[in-house]
Design a protein around this ligand. Structure first.
Ligand SMILES: [Zn+2]
Length: 232
C-alpha cells in the first residue's frame, strides 16, 4: 500500500480547551489516523476497465492538455473541495504537473480511455472516488511499455488494489506506475528505456476488466493527470 500523505508530523490542534488533553487527545489522533488510512485504502482500491474494447485509439483533441497554459488542475482541486465527504477524503492530493517535464511516450499502443484522472463515481462498492491515474483499456496481454526511461523500483503482486504492478523511477525524480498487469517482464533494479515492454496488460487486483491503470507522480510523489504531460 502506498501512503502519499505524510502521517507525521501531526501538529496538535490548538483548541485551547484542556478537555482535549489526555485520553481525549489520544482518541482524536487515533480517529484522524483511521480516517487517513481509510482514505489511502480508498485511493488504491477500485478500478474499472470493463466494457467492450473498440480497438480504436481516440482522437486527440487539438488544443487539449499538453501545452495549454490554463491547466485543468484547478478544476480538480475545486471540485474535490466542493461536495467532499469531509475530512481527509475531500482533500485528494494532486501533484504539480508544471514541475514534471515531458519526454513521455504512451504506455500502450492502441487503447480506449475507460476512466480519466480526477473525481469520479466509484466503479464498484468501496472503490476510489478520486481516480489518481488514467485507465487505458485494451485486450488481455496487450504489451505495456515504459512511458519514460528509468529504473524499476517496484514490481509487486497484490491480491487487491493495483494487483500486479510496476513502478519506474525516472532520472528527473518523477515516477510512473503501471497497475493490474497480467504479467511482469522486469525486475526491481532493472534499467528500462522509454517504449520498452515491461509487462502485459491484465485485470489483476481490484479491477473489473482488462486495462492498464497508469499513474504519473511528480517529484514529491503525488499523482498528476497524465494527460497534462503526454498525449493520451
Ligand atoms: Zn485506474
Amino acid at each position: 500500500m502506498y501512503i502519499n500523505q505524510p502521517l507525521s508530523p501531526f501538529s496538535p490542534p490548538t483548541f485551547g480547551a484542556q478537555s482535549m488533553m489526555g485520553l481525549g487527545m489520544q482518541m482524536l489522533l487515533l480517529s484522524q489516523m483511521m480516517k487517513m488510512m481509510m482514505t489511502v485504502f480508498a485511493l488504491v482500491a477500485g478500478e474499472s476497465g470493463q466494457a467492450a474494447f473498440s480497438g480504436a485509439r481516440p482522437a486527440f483533441g487539438s488544443g487539449g492538455g499538453f501545452h495549454a497554459g490554463g491547466s485543468p488542475l484547478g478544476n480538480f482541486l475545486g471540485s474535490s473541495g466542493a461536495g467532499g465527504a469531509g475530512g481527509a477524503a475531500s482533500s485528494a492530493p494532486v501533484g504539480d504537473a508544471k514541475s514534471v517535464g515531458g519526454g513521455f511516450v504512451s504506455p500502450v499502443d492502441n487503447y480506449r480511455i475507460s476512466s480519466r484522472f480526477g473525481p469520479r463515481k466509484a466503479p464498484t462498492a468501496g472503490a476510489s472516488t478520486y481516480h489518481k491515474g488514467i485507465d487505458l483499456a485494451a485486450p488481455l496481454n496487450t504489451p505495456v511499455r515504459a512511458a519514460k526511461a528509468g529504473r524499476v523500483t517496484v514490481s509487486k503482486d497484490q491480491a487487491t488494489g493495483y494487483g500486479k504492478w510496476i513502478e519506474i523511477q525516472h532520472a528527473d525524480g518523477t515516477k510512473t506506475r503501471y497497475g493490474h498487469l497480467n504479467s511482469r517482464d522486469v525486475q526491481v533494479g532493472s534499467q528500462v528505456q522509454a517504449g520498452q515492454v515491461i509487462g502485459k496488460m491484465g485485470s489483476t487486483g481490484t479491477s473489473t476488466g482488462s486495462h492498464l491503470h497508469f499513474e504519473v507522480l511528480d517529484k514529491s510523489g503525488r499523482q498528476i493527470n497524465p494527460e497534462q504531460v503526454m498525449k493520451l
